[in-house]
Design a protein around this ligand. Sequence first.
Ligand code: TRP
Length: 349
Amino acid sequence: MTEKGVYMTEINDKVQNERKKVVLSGIQPTGTITLGNYVGAVSNWGKMQDDYDSLFFIADLHALTVRREPAELRQMCMSFFAQLLACGIDPEKSVLYFQSHVPAHSELAWILNCNTYVGEASRMTQFKDKSAKHADNINMGLMDYPVLMAADILLFRSDLVPVGIDQKQHLELARDIAIRFNNRYGDTFVVPEGYIPKTGAKVCSLQDPTAKMSKSDPDPNGWVSVIEDESSIMKKFKRAVTDSGNEIVAREDKPGITNLLVIYSVMTGKTVEEAEREFAGCGYGTFKTAVGEAVAAKFKPIREEYARYLADKAYIAEVAKAGAEKAARIAARTLAKVKRKVGLVSFDK
Ligand code: TRP
């Protein structure tokens, strides 16, 4: 083989390997992005956008499954978009958009509905939980929620879907739907993999370190948000529940201290062991203040950027429109293929 031949082979290999994997995730526009969402999801999205073809969207259609004030929903959607930008989702690297701006999501959801069994959908834990919680509004959308989510994912031939552990069952349903469709109609969808990050995947409540940090926690002292001001963050960390004893170590019988060590480690980039050494011999009070300061320092620029983005509606509109256009272009290919496969008439070539 000539020098040139070898060289060409290498280039070809490289070109083939360069087909980047697709990563996609959505977030419901409710409340604010909490420390838990940031650590478990959004900060990882920010890291993934360099290595993958990435799409991130505001799941505004999913948000309609529970009753909301229209004006409040609209405001929340804008706020979430600004929060994602502030958290480092870069529209130059990722496709960022509102789900409702890309009609293909809903269109594919309908076709997938016709390939999903009522039994499967009604078995979902989240459907059962939400039905119990909103007993006066068990609407069709609530049951259909995971099918729309499957459409979100399958539309873009997503390889990787970073989600919290609570969405694992929905992801499995999306995989089942994809496999079934492929078997019935021939290869159409990529069967997605979940990506559930290990370290710090779960940040716990500051008031009940055995429960996940959740913005639906009625006790606001349990969570902090990425756009919360410094004094409020400090107050909540000073009040954080700790454990008996006085050692600052991560251990099963010390869920409070362990949670704070994990938070500190994620905020500072230090390992939990390094943090343990750093605080060896310190009192709980000093430690809690230090964790609060680390969180406040990390979130300060996010809060400032957020305010800047939110004030610039024209910029948000521009980014969201461009994002929706890009997403629609990618989605159109899959949707056309799906329509053809199931036997809908098309006059396109
Ligand atoms: N259901 C997800 C959640 O509540 C949000 C979501 C909607 C999503 N569509 C998605 C996540 C598609 C990943 C992929 O967290």
